[in-house]
Design a protein around this ligand. Sequence first.
Ligand SMILES: NC(=O)c1ccc[n+]([C@@H]2O[C@H](COP(=O)([O-])OP(=O)(O)OC[C@H]3O[C@@H](n4cnc5c(N)ncnc54)[C@H](O)[C@@H]3O)[C@@H](O)[C@H]2O)c1
Length: 413
Amino acid sequence: MAKLKVGVFGAARGRTMIYQLYNHPDAQLVAVCDKYRPLLDRCAEEAKDRGLKIGLYESFDDFIQHDMDAVVLANYANEHAPYAIRLLDSGRHVMSEVLTVATLDEGVRLAEAVERSGKVYAYAENYCYFNTTAEMRRRYRRGDVGELVHAEGEYIHDCSSIWPQITYGERSHWRNRMCSTFYCTHSLGPIIFATGLRPVRVTGFESPNLPFMRNLGYIGGTHGIELVELENGATVKSIHGFLKREPGSINYQMYCTKGSMETDRWENGKLHVYIEGERNCVGEHFAYVPSFDDEAAKGAGHGGSDFFTMHYFIRKILGDPEGEANSIDIYTALDMCLPGILAFRSIKSGGQPQEVPNFRDPAVREKYRGDTFCCFSEIAGDMYASPSPDGNEDVPDSVYEEVRRKWLAGEPG
Ligand SMILES: NC(=O)c1ccc[n+]([C@@H]2O[C@H](COP(=O)([O-])OP(=O)(O)OC[C@H]3O[C@@H](n4cnc5c(N)ncnc54)[C@H](O)[C@@H]3O)[C@@H](O)[C@H]2O)c1
């Protein structure tokens, strides 16, 4: 059978997917698009070394003309939805990096585009596929610990030292302008994915913008929290941002009716499980390092999880039930992403809880069509809300010039 022809849009984070495609048994890299020429030049060299012929494009309008079955979106995190819609409408399958959408309006339109196209949309929330989070999902679905009562998801990553390398000193880079609750699916996603429970309400919290990030050009709150109520009444605390903790913390806890599961806070890859017996407060506790679903994941980026996003996407396109069961579809992706947008609305409204809509139901969508509320002015139009907790966006040009200098010199932030 001919291999699936896959293109990659965005060759920074997109390199992860490019590398997977160089060696994939069922798919091949056929084109890459990035407006930053040095990234394309690197792809050209690698392709030449491997004897591959790939299309290299600086412009998306040219890239979309290439003969491709599927496209990976690894472009700017706040610009995925419009490109996903164009690609789906052109008959391509799409895998999107985080985040899914920047506004509720985009959520409505993206859900409709997926349905209209009949193509596969896969959300590449790789944190759902750690050995630990995948195991939590397996145990939860098997009923080992009962039904969820409360969960916590945590993605603490102080990016200040790498800020020059990931924002290039661009004032308008999405990372400099994102609100504190925007990047919420690493922390919230694995809980939603494990339980299959839908969020119904969210309240947002954030800390002030602090000098160590402002001096690098970031204007949003230092960390964000989404307090989420799920459809069964369970609660979730999702926390993420630039808190001081080294190494960074990626951790999850699930308290359920028959026990609990939690990742080890310092020993990566280890899971603790408590399963209660017949008597209250008496049960079995054990800790272990779960194995991966697929040995091929060993050595892949982000604790092996990067392997599975592409793996399940391709398997789903090929009609394999394993891909269907494990790839994250548009509705689940929106369940992970919309709470971040709505938590920001909650913060801006002085802490009022916000209803999280279910876009599986077309009737529910109407209320949110045209709702462009967000922290990115070019997307929001007159529904713009400043990501800055105190509304002060006034950062001198010299800050960005210094970050740019550091980027070009390869210096840390
Ligand atoms: N899942 C993870 O663990 C993880 C890790 C890092 C980044 N990401 C995600 O990957 C995506 C990309 O992030 P990044 O770290 O590579 O940084 P980035 O957003 O700065 O890079 C995006 C790349 O896309 C290119 N690009 C953007 N718009 C373009 C356009 N219209 N035409 C041509 N090229 C364009 C840029 O030149 C750049 O090289 C984001 O969505 C981010 O959230 C995910």
